[in-house]
Design a protein around this ligand. Structure first.
Ligand code: NAD
Ligand code: UFG
Length: 340
């Protein structure tokens, strides 16, 4: 299939491009590089031998998106494009709503106009807010998001559900990611956050490489076995393969469906820091710090629906997550900047 990846130069998009090529598909990337850089295209070529077609486009620019679709002949779209920093979304909420929602509306218009029927959307476990029960199944209550970023995901899900109801040709898979971590085993592509990382794994690996002195563990009085927050970390290559597995399902169904992409296993912050140190034989000093506002005790998926509908389940464990994160970090201590 010829698959448009909006935001395809980003962390999850670049890994998905590689897995699509491995599975015989043709990814086409559209990205404005607001949180990525074109160097990723060279890296994808190194890994796969394939030069990916890429377009520098803001997905909110309706005219340019129309032109892209006019000649694109896409069989499906995976919509990764979006701003994703939780804290930043609190400071500049209007930009988050505008970018994430406008890009989706522009995309849906173009898909309708050019008869592209299959859409896979990057949603997030954040739509569950404070989980009503664990593990989270797709029919758990959504809403109660703690930040504007989360609300954009919640709202976009609803927009896509409504669009699929109104357009009987549209098929949409709303993938609710849990916590993506890790990198491609080659160490050539990975997560490259700008500034001080908000997320746990990039922070841990920057401590390990010496860019930060220690990890601050946000809270040790949560209602979890060791008091630190529990999350469902999923290797980004597993996550990427979940998108590949979603394509045939999407193409053979109509309407919209929500599917969790997680492992079903939760690990605590303390367990993650200690596993990283053990697997990579490198110290990860940590100190306890106050809770981070908006954080919840625990969040992990029931992954059964993904297995039933997509025939997909996560294969890679904590060891691979820690090993591959470190392999990427130590080979690219400054990310894609100063590329080697
Ligand atoms: P990322 O920032 O690495 O990738 C997003 C890409 O979208 C970037 O390359 C960015 O330049 C691009 N982009 C942003 N706005 C755009 C626009 N208007 N037009 C064109 N390109 C645009 O993030 P990621 O981690 O790869 O996340 C991909 C998607 O998955 C996002 O929608 C994110 O919200 C969602 N998600 C991520 C996580 C996570 O923890 N990484 C968890 C759940 C959901
Ligand atoms: N944590 C620390 N110290 C740090 C960073 C994080 O202790 O320096 C802790 C957090 O308190 C939390 C856990 O590590 O308990 C994971 O935090 P992350 O920021 O890595 O991830 P979150 O679960 O908070 O959020 C992530 C994504 C969101 C997404 C959400 C649900 O960042 O985009 O998962 O899918 F919405």
């Amino acid at each position: 299939m010829r698959v448009l990846l909006t935001g395809g130069a980003g962390y999850i998009g670049s890994h998905t491009a590689v897995e699509l090529i491995n599975a015989g598909h043709t990814p086409v990337i559209a990205d404005n590089y607001s949180n990525s850089c074109p160097e990723v295209l060279n890296r994808i070529k190194e890994i796969t031998g394939v030069e990916v077609e890429a377009h520098e486009i803001d997905m909110c620019d309706a005219e340019k998106v129309d032109k892209l679709f006019a000649t694109g002949a896409f069989d499906a779209v995976i919509h990764f494009a979006g701003l994703k920093a939780v804290g930043e979304s609190v400071s500049i909420p209007v930009q988050y709503y505008r970018n994430n929602i406008d890009s989706t509306l522009v995309l849906l218009d173009a898909m309708t106009k050019y008869g592209v029927a299959n859409l896979i959307f990057s949603s997030s476990a954040t739509v569950y807010g404070n989980p009503e029960r664990l593990p989270l199944t797709e029919d758990c209550a959504t809403g109660g998001c703690t930040n504007p970023y989360g609300w954009t995901k919640y709202m976009i899900e609803q927009i896509i559900r409504d669009a699929a109801k109104a357009n009987p040709n549209l098929s949409a898979v709303l993938l609710r990611y849990f916590n993506p971590v890790g990198a491609h085993a080659s160490g050539r592509i990975g997560e490259d956050p700008s500034g001080i990382p908000n997320n746990l794994m990039p922070f841990i690996s920057q401590v390990a490489v010496g860019r930060r002195t220690h990890l601050s563990i946000f809270g040790n009085d949560y209602n979890t076995p060791d008091g630190t927050g529990v999350r469902d970390y999923i290797h980004v290559v597993d996550l990427a393969r979940g998108h590949v597995a979603s394509l045939p399902y999407c193409a053979s169904h109509k309407g919209s469906v929500e599917i969790n992409l997680g492992t079903g296993t939760g690990y605590s912050v303390k367990e993650m820091a200690e596993a990283f140190a053990r697997v990579n034989d490198i110290p990860v000093p940590y100190q306890y710090a106050p809770r981070r506002p908006g954080d919840i005790d625990a969040c992990y998926a029931d992954p059964v629906k993904a297995k039933e509908l997509l025939g997909w389940e996560a294969q890679l464990g904590l060891e691979e997550m820690c090993r591959d994160t470190w392999n990427w970090q130590k080979n690219n201590p400054n990310g894609y900047k100063g590329a080697n």
